[in-house]
Design a protein around this ligand. Structure first.
Ligand code: PGA
Length: 235
């Protein structure tokens, strides 16, 4: 089955990074005849540049957020149609950083996923528990609640335990398998794992049952690390 390798640049990168990283990733993908679906999600202003540099390659473009509205007086927001026109195939929705710093609720995340689907994009909907929730034994219940408010249609999920994001800490492979089985039993969608994925742990995580791919943050703006993750997906 096709594995997804999704790079979430977050608020990092520049035209210079796009110029250095995208051709390198594209040529590695071509060289290994990558069967993975490799998606780069740079900040919105870099979408055209990254898109231009990936033309003719196996890579796909994704955004990090989308407005729930079609168009109108929503200063600062970007619509699904605009992302589509910029060349996006995917959009990350409900990332824990947006839930935390922009108070995004499950209701809003659902509306964004619906707007993405209506605009012809594939949403990558992020779910996952905090450390306090995991320690209280609530991890499964938390993701169940987050899953209850998802739209119908073709989307991907990313299970990202909040405590594993940017911390260098990852769940054990059996914890990942257990959570992915739990999620997979409730929703028919590919489930990616995210949280401190790097070249050194990517092969093990990608081979864990129920893992359809990885959502990579910090390591996705490091060409060496990101290429290592792609190489690990071919094994
Ligand atoms: P990380 O982030 O790989 O830096 O932990 C993952 C994410 O937030 O998608």
């Amino acid at each position: 089955m096709t594995k997804y390798i999704v790079g979430n640049w977050k608020m990092n990168g520049s035209q210079a990074l796009a110029g250095a990283l995208v051709p390198r990733v594209a040529s590695l993908a071509a060289q290994v005849g990558s069967k993975a679906e490799i998606v780069l999600c740079p900040p919105a202003p870099l979408l055209p540049e990254v898109g231009r540099r990936m033309q003719g390659s196996f890579l796909a473009l994704g955004a990090q957020d989308v407005s729930p509205h079609k168009d109108g007086a929503y200063t600062g927001d970007v619509s699904a149609a605009m992302l589509k026109e910029a060349g996006c195939r995917y959009v990350i929705v409900g990332h824990s950083e947006r839930r935390q710093y922009h108070a995004e609720s499950d209701v809003l995340v659902k509306a964004k996923a619906e707007a993405a689907l209506a605009g012809g994009l594939i949403p990558i909907v992020c779910i996952g528990e905090t450390l306090a929730q995991r320690e209280a034994g609530q991890a499964k219940e938390v993701v169940k609640t987050q899953l209850a408010s998802l739209p119908g249609g073709q989307f991907l999920l990313a299970y990202e335990p909040v405590w594993a994001i940017g911390t260098g800490r990852t769940p054990t492979l059996s914890d990942i398998a257990e959570m992915h089985a739990h999620i997979g039993a409730m929703v028919k969608a590919g489930v990616l794992y995210g949280g401190s994925v790097k070249a050194a742990n990517a092969a093990d995580i990608l081979q864990t049952p129920g893992v359809a791919g990885v959502l990579v943050g910090g390591a996705s703006v490091n060409a060496e690390e990101f290429c290592g993750i792609i190489a690990a997906s071919e094994g």
